[in-house]
Design a binder for this molecule. Structure first.
Ligand SMILES: Cc1cc2nc3c(=O)[nH]c(=O)nc-3n(C[C@H](O)[C@H](O)[C@H](O)COP(=O)(O)OP(=O)(O)OC[C@H]3O[C@@H](n4cnc5c(N)ncnc54)[C@H](O)[C@@H]3O)c2cc1C
Length: 406
C-alpha cells in the first residue's frame, strides 16, 4: 500500500515538473536551424544586448551536415566568414553564344563556404550559452494569442513571446497567381579529375552555352583547383526536371569540354524560390518569417546567403527597441525591378540567356553586383535597365498596371 502511495507521489511530482517545463515562456523561439536562424542567433549573441533573453531553437533534422555550399561576393578584405571559406576567386567568367568574358572583380571576390562548417561552429557556440536551448523536434504548428505564440512540435508544446519561422512552404507561393514563381533548381557534382582541366582563379557564374530547350539553363563552374570543381546544371524555370535529366546534361557538358577522367566525389541539389510574392503579409505582431520563408531570397537571382546576413543585422538592431514584427519589413524599389524582371522571365523563359548576356555586355560586373545586392545608385539602375530591350519590359509594365486595376 505504502509503495503504491509513493508511486502516486512520484507520478504527481513528475507531472508537476512536466507542466512547469511546458509553461516556461521563451523570449525568442526559432523554427529551423538553417542559415537564417543561425545568423540571427549569432548576431544576437555578438550584440551583447540580449543576455537576459531565453532563446529556443527547434530543428527537425538531428543529422544536419554539409548539405549545401553558399557562394556570394563581398569585399576581398572582409574576414567575417574566413574560417568557413573553402575557396575564393578574383575573376568571374560569363559565357553565352555571343559573349565570352572573364573579368577581374577586385576589390571584391567571389567566395564559397560549406554549410557543415558553419553548422558545427554554431552548435558549439550554442552549447556555450546557457540562455539558448537547441531541441531536435519538428514544428507541427504555431498559433498566436494575446500575449505570445504557442508552438506545437511532434513532442511538446512551447510558449514564446516572439516567434521566428524559417520553414519554407512551397504551397503558399504556388497556390497564388498574382506573382510569378520560378525555381532556381539544380544538381551539382563535386568532381575530381586526373589531369588539370580548370582555371582555379576563375568562377564561371553562368555558362549559357548549353541547349536552352525553351527555358533558362546554364552551367555554374566553381573550380577549387586545376583538378577539382563543383559543376552545377542550373535552371530558372517553373518546373523541376527528372533527376536523370540533370545528370544527362552534366555528363554531356563534361564530355563536350573533353573532361572524361573524372570521379564524382559529392553531389548537391536544391530548388530555391524566385518570386516577389509578399511573404511579409504573413508576419504578425509576434511572428516574423525569416530566411527564404520570409522572402529574403533575391527574387531575380536566388542569391540568399548575403541577404540573410544583412537582414539578420537589421533584425538584431530592430529587436533592441521593437517587439512588433509587422514593422520590420519595408518594401524598396528593387522589389519592383525584380517583379518586372521575373514577369518577363516567366513569360519568355527561353530569353534568359539573351537577357543576362545583354546585362553583362553593357555593364561591368562591379555595377551588376551593386545592382543585385541593392546598393546601386538610381543612375546605375537606369544604365542597367538600358541594357535590356525596351519593348519586352514596357509591354510587361502595361500588363502589370492592367492587372492592378482588375
Ligand atoms: C543546395 C543549396 C545550395 C545553395 N547555394 C546558395 C548559394 O550559393 N548562395 C546563396 O546565396 N544561396 C544559396 N542557397 C539558397 C539559400 O542560401 C539557402 O537555402 C539557405 O540555407 C536559406 O536559409 P534558410 O534559413 O531560409 O533555410 P534553411 O537553411 O533551409 O533552414 C531551414 C531549416 O528548417 C528546418 N526545418 C524544416 N521544416 C521544419 C520543421 N517542420 N520543424 C523544424 N525544423 C524544420 C530544416 O531542416 C532547415 O534546417 C542554396 C540552397 C541550397 C538548397
Amino acid at each position: 500500500m505504502i509503495e503504491l502511495f509513493l508511486l502516486l507521489c512520484l507520478i504527481g511530482i513528475f507531472c508537476t515538473f512536466g507542466e512547469v517545463e511546458k509553461e516556461q515562456v521563451y523570449d525568442f523561439t526559432f523554427a529551423g536551424a538553417g542559415a537564417a536562424t543561425l545568423q540571427i542567433v549569432e548576431k544576437l549573441l555578438q550584440s551583447g544586448n540580449f543576455t537576459d533573453k531565453q532563446l529556443l531553437v527547434l530543428e527537425q533534422d538531428p543529422n544536419k551536415e554539409n548539405d549545401r555550399t553558399w557562394c556570394f561576393w563581398e569585399a576581398k578584405t572582409n574576414t567575417q566568414w574566413s574560417e568557413h571559406i573553402v575557396k575564393e576567386w578574383d575573376n568571374i567568367c560569363f559565357r553565352s553564344t555571343n559573349l565570352s568574358l572573364k573579368e577581374h572583380i577586385s576589390p571584391l571576390s567571389y567566395k564559397m563556404m560549406r554549410s557543415g562548417s558553419y553548422y558545427a561552429s554554431m552548435r558549439t557556440l550554442i552549447k556555450q550559452h546557457n540562455n539558448i536551448t537547441l531541441k531536435y523536434e519538428g514544428v507541427a504548428s504555431f498559433e498566436e494569442h494575446e500575449s505570445g505564440v504557442r508552438i506545437t512540435t511532434n513532442e511538446k508544446t512551447y510558449n514564446t513571446k516572439l516567434f521566428f519561422n524559417s520553414i519554407f512552404d512551397w504551397e503558399v507561393v504556388q497556390q497564388q497567381k498574382r506573382y510569378p514563381v520560378l525555381q532556381q533548381h539544380f544538381v551539382g557534382w563535386f568532381i575530381k579529375t586526373q589531369k588539370p582541366h580548370f582555371d582555379a582563379d576563375s568562377a564561371t557564374i553562368m555558362d549559357f552555352k548549353v541547349a536552352q530547350k525553351g527555358s533558362t539553363r546554364f552551367m555554374y563552374v566553381l573550380p577549387s583547383s586545376e583538378t577539382e570543381a563543383l559543376i552545377e546544371y542550373t535552371l530558372f524555370s517553373k518546373e523541376k526536371l527528372k533527376p536523370a535529366a540533370y545528370e544527362r546534361e552534366l555528363r554531356a557538358y563534361l564530355s563536350e569540354k573533353d573532361i572524361r577522367d573524372y570521379t564524382i566525389e559529392e553531389q548537391e541539389a536544391g530548388n530555391i524560390p524566385m518570386t516577389c510574392y509578399p511573404f511579409a503579409k504573413h508576419n504578425s505582431k509576434r511572428i516574423l518569417h525569416i530566411g527564404s520563408a520570409g522572402g529574403w531570397t533575391k527574387p531575380s537571382t536566388g542569391f540568399t546567403f548575403a541577404f540573410i546576413e544583412r537582414k539578420a543585422t537589421a533584425l538584431v538592431d530592430f529587436l533592441k527597441s521593437n517587439t512588433d514584427m509587422r514593422q520590420f519589413e519595408k518594401r524598396n524599389r528593387f522589389w519592383w525591378y525584380d517583379l518586372l524582371f521575373l514577369d518577363v522571365l516567366a513569360r519568355h523563359n527561353h530569353k534568359g540567356s539573351f537577357l543576362f548576356s545583354r546585362m553583362f555586355q553593357h555593364n561591368k560586373p562591379a555595377r551588376i553586383f551593386r545592382f543585385l545586392e541593392e546598393r546601386s545608385s538610381p543612375k546605375e539602375e537606369v544604365q542597367i535597365m538600358r541594357s535590356f530591350p525596351l519593348g519586352l519590359f514596357v509591354g510587361q509594365v502595361f500588363r502589370r498596371l492592367l492587372r492592378a486595376f482588375h
